[in-house]
Ligand binder design. Structure first.
Ligand code: MN3
Ligand code: MN3
Length: 326
């Protein structure tokens, strides 16, 4: 038997700057896919032209959220040193499991079992989606006990995944939902996106705290590593986008959107943007929450939930000086 001294998490004494803030914000946003009326999309789905792209987009997102549930947040929670931060990562991991499950809810509602099996098989065979899962998964698996450099790299990879790589998939439901097409499935995506905004900011913030303790030389070395990883993932993402969006003609717009989100990911990590500013399709930028949202789960949960009502997260939600903003 080992003879370690186990320490109890003590929330009475703040040990981490913002752990409590991220904890509160995440729980206030709790949601379940079954509360969104995805079945209202069935009629439009039956005559929808690009079902193949749509299914692949959601299957790809399912894989990424599965990796983030089982490896990403687990590994980071396991190796983070602050007990309050560990708790926050564990909560984030639970939400990743909700995300991954929510896509299955959409599939179950819209597709036949045969179609679902087929697209989950496609995920195993698509080289680009497997490439990104492997690239990120390897960095998660390389964290070593007591080694802040490998922990920082895993946090960097996590922000790349959540603030950048998901967006080639998010584009399509947002683009369609913003035009009133398959709006309820898009609503699910907008709820996922709301969580990813917190995760990107939180993991980026905790990563910056680690980064700031490194020597100048180490920081320069890690920056080079970070930009090289981003470029590598970006090249793969261009091919992935061409592959799944070919039949829709939307590839150029998706690529602009992923460059925009790559810059946001870097910003979350306190690093300089990489791509020049460019125009993003306004339908996608506005999302679908601005008008006539069909999502109203608080009304279904009774008055006790009314106090939990939260405003969607925006850039000003976490307004603290330590995170660099444009
Ligand atoms: Mn997620
Ligand atoms: Mn996440």
């Amino acid at each position: 038997m080992s003879n370690l001294i186990y320490e109890a998490v003590n929330w009475n004494r703040p040990t981490s700057d913002l752990a409590q803030v991220f904890w509160d914000q995440q729980w206030k946003q709790i949601w379940f896919p079954e509360e969104v009326a995805v079945s209202k999309d069935i009629k439009q789905w039956q005559s929808f032209e690009h079902q193949d792209t749509y299914k692949k987009v959601f299957a790809g997102l399912t894989l990424l959220d599965t990796v983030q549930t089982n490896i990403g947040m687990n590994q980071i929670a396991n190796y983070a040193t602050d007990l309050q931060e560990k708790a926050v990562f564990t909560v984030f991991g639970s939400f990743e499991a909700i995300h991954a499950k929510s896509y299955s809810y959409i599939f179950t509602t819209l597709c036949t079992n045969e179609e679902i099996d087929e697209v989950f098989e496609w995920v195993k065979k698509n080289e680009y989606i497997q490439y990104k899962a492997n690239k990120i998964g390897d960095i998660y698996d390389a964290i070593e006990e007591g080694d802040t450099e490998s922990l920082w790299k895993a946090m960097f990879a996590s922000v790349m995944l959540e603030s950048f790589l998901f967006y080639s998939g998010f584009f399509y439901p947002l683009y369609l939902g913003g035009q009133g097409i398959l709006r309820n499935s898009a609503e699910v995506v907008s709820l996922i996106l709301r969580d990813e905004s917190i995760h990107g900011v939180a993991v980026g913030f905790f990563a910056q705290n680690i980064f700031n303790k490194f020597s100048k030389e180490k920081q320069d070395e890690l920056k080079v590593w970070g930009y090289e990883l981003l470029l590598d993932l970006y090249q793969n993402e261009l091919k992935y986008t061409d592959d799944i969006y070919a039949e829709t003609g939307l590839s150029p717009e998706v690529k602009a959107y992923i460059r925009y989100n790559a810059n946001k990911a870097l910003m979350n990590l306190g690093m300089d943007a990489m791509f020049p500013e460019e125009e993003i399709n306004p339908i996608v930028m506005n999302g679908i929450r601005n008008e006539g949202s069909t999502y109203d789960f608080f009304s279904q949960k009774g008055s006790t939930y009314a106090k939990a009502k939260v405003a969607p997260i925006t850039d000003s939600t976490f307004n603290f000086d330590t995170i660099k903003r444009f």
